[in-house]
Ligand binder design. Structure first.
Ligand code: NDP
Length: 328
């Protein structure tokens, strides 16, 4: 017997509940069983748990897009009982059962070995949000943008992706400007390495097609008018990594930043990011973030029976940084 969260929909009636499972067979297909120790609560999980955003593509299902734990058994010779592993994205917690249960039935092809020198709890402090921040940072580096080229802007900075992005950029020597709607988060963002805190309202309302050139690059987790204003204030030749939609799915912009300043808008999608490239990215991310920074990124851990209520708080914007979920 083990516990997990179960999402059901019958005749458009949605139900999220904590339940007991008798067998991993109830979790669907998979050649590997993982004893899940930690998961995390992402924006997408919060949407799934509250039946918003059409995140769940197959009911009934265990939600939770991230998980970390220990292999219990595997039909693959690549994985042995006791191996410490993690999974982010790849349809877990959306199209197949994911991380919010004490056991997960997964495909061995989707497993990433736990990076060295990190615990399953610490790796879930990063989770999908951290991985997305790291993939965004990688795009900035691949464009040849270095710390000497100017400040980098992070929007939605007090959220999960934003907090990790601030820490990673600062640790690499970039001067980070952090946009937040919560002035009370300013001190934590400074501790994570932000040099400048900017109010959300400066970005979230309709702006001009072009504004003063400020940012060598940006990581935008917000979309809508915010992304439009970020593009308008990005320096000549800069890059904006767009990974989120916390303000909205729309993008009311013009071609001006692209054709007059050569700005690149880079789309970031971390869910289906190639599995072969994941271990190196995880290891680099873990190497860049020390444990004290991690505790600033994810100050809170919650038990499974708090996850559904906390999802509502996250969508209401009252959660700061990352939330890790204990499956113990
Ligand atoms: P969080 O809820 O932790 O953070 C979102 C942050 O956005 C909030 O903390 C807040 O930051 C800001 N925000 C919220 N509402 C608004 C608003 N109306 N206007 C402006 N800013 C707002 O979410 P995550 O960090 O987990 O995810 C951030 C985004 O990235 C989400 O849209 C998510 O779907 C997306 N995402 C995309 C992935 C991909 O592969 N592309 C993967 C993971 C996430 P503050 O309080 O500082 O203003």
């Amino acid at each position: 017997m083990f516990h997990g969260i179960w999402l059901e929909k019958h005749n458009d009636e949605f139900q999220a509940s904590l339940r007991e499972f008798e067998s991993v067979e109830e979790l669907g297909d998979g050649d590997t069983v993982v004893n899940v120790e930690w998961s995390s609560l992402n924006y997408k999980d919060a949407l799934a748990l509250t039946d918003r955003g059409a995140v769940i593509r197959k009911f009934p299902v265990v939600p939770g897009i991230d998980l970390a734990g220990t292999v219990e058994s595997s039909a693959s010779s690549e994985w042995q009982p006791g191996d410490r592993v993690l999974i982010t994205g790849l349809g877990y917690g959306e199209a197949r059962s994911g991380g919010y249960s004490q056991k997960a039935r997964v495909s061995s092809n989707d497993l990433v070995p736990l990076p060295a020198n990190v615990t399953t709890q610490q790796v879930m402090a990063l989770g999908t949000a951290g991985f997305t921040a790291m993939v965004s940072l990688k795009r900035i580096e691949e464009a040849g943008i270095q710390p000497a080229h100017g400040p980098v802007l992070v929007t939605g900075a007090a959220g999960g992706v934003g907090s990790v992005a601030v820490a990673l950029l600062a640790n690499l020597g970039y001067s980070v400007s952090a946009v937040t709607g919560r002035p009370s988060e300013g001190e934590r963002l400074r501790q994570l390495g932000a040099q400048q805190i900017l109010p959300r309202n400066d970005f979230s309302v309709p702006g001009k097609p072009l504004a003063k050139e400020e940012w060598a690059a940006a990581i935008d987790t917000v979309g809508s008018h915010t992304l439009s204003n970020v593009l308008a204030s990005t320096r000549y030749g800069g890059l904006v990594a767009a990974c989120g939609l916390a303000q909205g799915l729309d993008l009311p912009t013009s071609v001006a930043p692209f054709i007059l300043r050569g700005v690149t808008l880079a789309g970031i999608e971390s869910v289906h990011f190639p599995i072969t490239k994941r271990p190196a990215i995880w290891q680099r991310m873990v190497d860049l973030i020390d444990p004290s920074t991690l505790s600033l990124v994810a100050a809170q851990s919650i038990p499974l029976d708090r996850v559904i209520d906390t999802a509502h708080e996250l969508l209401a914007g009252s959660v700061s940084g990352r939330l890790v979920v204990s499956l113990a």
